[in-house]
Design a binder for this molecule. Sequence first.
Ligand code: FES
Length: 203
Amino acid sequence: MSRLNEENLRMARQIISMYPKKKSAMIPLLHLAQEQSGLVSNEAMTHIAELIEVTPAEVLGTCSFYEMFKRHPVGEYQINICHGISCHLLGAEDVLDHAEKSLGVKEGEITKDGKFSFDGVECVAACTEAPCLQVNYRYINKVNSDGFDELIADLRNGGKAEIPKHGRLANIRQKVSSEKLAGPAGVEDASPPVWLRRNKEEQ
Ligand code: FES
């Protein structure tokens, strides 16, 4: 559990410089923290709050809203097994039972080698592909128990290179050329949102 390391701190400052307002960098910085430690620690949230000049409570408020940000340890591969209605009707409970036996851990636990954890989740919006699951938010469709075991074997053997370890959003980091950066804006430059302007005009 830690604050952002030196390299990520440099990256965080670069990210902040892309936005007119520091606060707008909050979500990318939360992803950066999660990439560093596999989860978002309290220390990292406090560090982010300092960098973007908000309170730690504001960072926690955003972090805790999104399921993709984990504040507890998960495996290198976090598997979300959908058991929404379509997946349920097509055998998701069997896949869940099988996952527990095959991995030797219960929902929310991590395998001894730190590689896998799994959760039953509500509809992940791929009902036509039911029953389905996600590995670090990459979809695997029409899964059954055999397919689940093949998937785990593949991941253990370094297959599925397209699925990054938990916390890493993508294998290729997006680069924004300097002429496209928004850059910091002074308060005087910041125009209020349309709805706020309208309210002010009506007063
Ligand atoms: S119910 Fe599983 S994807 Fe919708």
